[in-house]
Design a protein around this ligand. Sequence first.
Ligand code: B12
Ligand code: SF4
Ligand code: SF4
Length: 303
Amino acid sequence: MLPCPARQALEYAAAALGFTAVGVADAHADQGDRLARFIAEGKHADMDWMLRHLPARQNPELVLPGVKRVIILTYEYARHDARQAAGSIARYAQGEDYHKLLAGKLADLDETLQFYGGVQRCFSDSGPVSERFFAAQAGLGWIGRNGLLIRPGKGSYCFLSSILTTLELPTNAPMRSHCGNCHRCEQACPTGALQNGCCDARKCLSYWTIEAKSPTPPEIAQKQGNRLYGCDACQEACPWNAPGPGQQAAIDPHLLMPAALSQASTRTLGQLRDTDFDTFFAGSPIRRIGSAHLRLNIKNGNF
Ligand code: B12
Ligand code: SF4
Ligand code: SF4
């Protein structure tokens, strides 16, 4: 097949912006009914926006009329929990807010593709796109039993970004699962939230420490342990995340934890109120949950 200039330009520009892989999938690939079943079974907890997004998730044409492809890009985040004080923070949230960081880079890629006549819509955890489904479809990895995109030799510690485009770029082939007989993530999940490659948000500590609008049920709070914000247990357990030669990609310094956060005790964090909280967490994804939710996490945790 002849090289596609638009795809080549995309790959060059993406690498220059720090993305570590680019894959392209057919926007109309059959997504099956997993998402609809997930919602019908109530596994989305009180994230009502998931129901509102369902038609657009299942039909990308509603997001971008004339869409032909979904481009998925990976961007590495820290591989270690940098907290020196007690209370762990999920790796993805250690530094600056990735939504903002990646939106600027995606706008640059949009411009590159416009040059080739494409119309695009770009997201990173910010829109009605099944990012994991398309990442697997685009051959970037497979969906592991922890529900996450696992990349051979690189594991799962990465953000996914998606670009819907009207350009008919050449697509990649999906990859088969390499989980084999491993079930370590399911065994490591403190609440038993993982079943059949899917995480039930009603049991997930990531949901309860970040997204939930109601107090954590006592049987879940008991399992929170040392977690202050988010949960990485099903990633830490995965052998594909064990340190190895494929995992040396440099981490964007914007995504590393500032010393003040690394060293702040749960007591200090629990005393932050309103403007002090906003100032301390300015630019961090943690700011979104607000001081009251962080205090609740501190109360429920075991530090
Ligand atoms: C809602 C949400 C959550 C919720 C619900 C979790 C869940 N069960 O999905 C909560 C708040 C709990 C959560 C937690 C986390 N999340 Co989250 N989350 C999302 C979000 C916004 C939507 C996911 C969703 O729709 N889930 C419902 C399931 C049913 O749909 P799905 O994930 O799209 O899965 C599809 C595929 O798995 C596919 N599929 C799976 N197997 C098979 C097999 C076949 C044959 C077929 C055809 C299809 C198929 O079918 C599904 C439907 O299309 C995505 C961003 C996005 N827009 O996609 C981020 C996202 C999945 N989250 C992410 C992260 C990092 C996390 C956490 C690790 C954060 C943390 N450390 O605390 C945890 C991990 C929890 C876990 N094990 O899943 C990343 C994952 C990156 C990666 N490497 O995979 C994403 C992609 C955000 C991003 N853009 O980077 N999350
Ligand atoms: S994020 Fe934590 S609670 Fe949620 S599925 Fe993974 S291990 Fe279980
Ligand atoms: S821990 Fe094992 S089963 Fe779970 S995602 Fe990783 S390889 Fe797959």
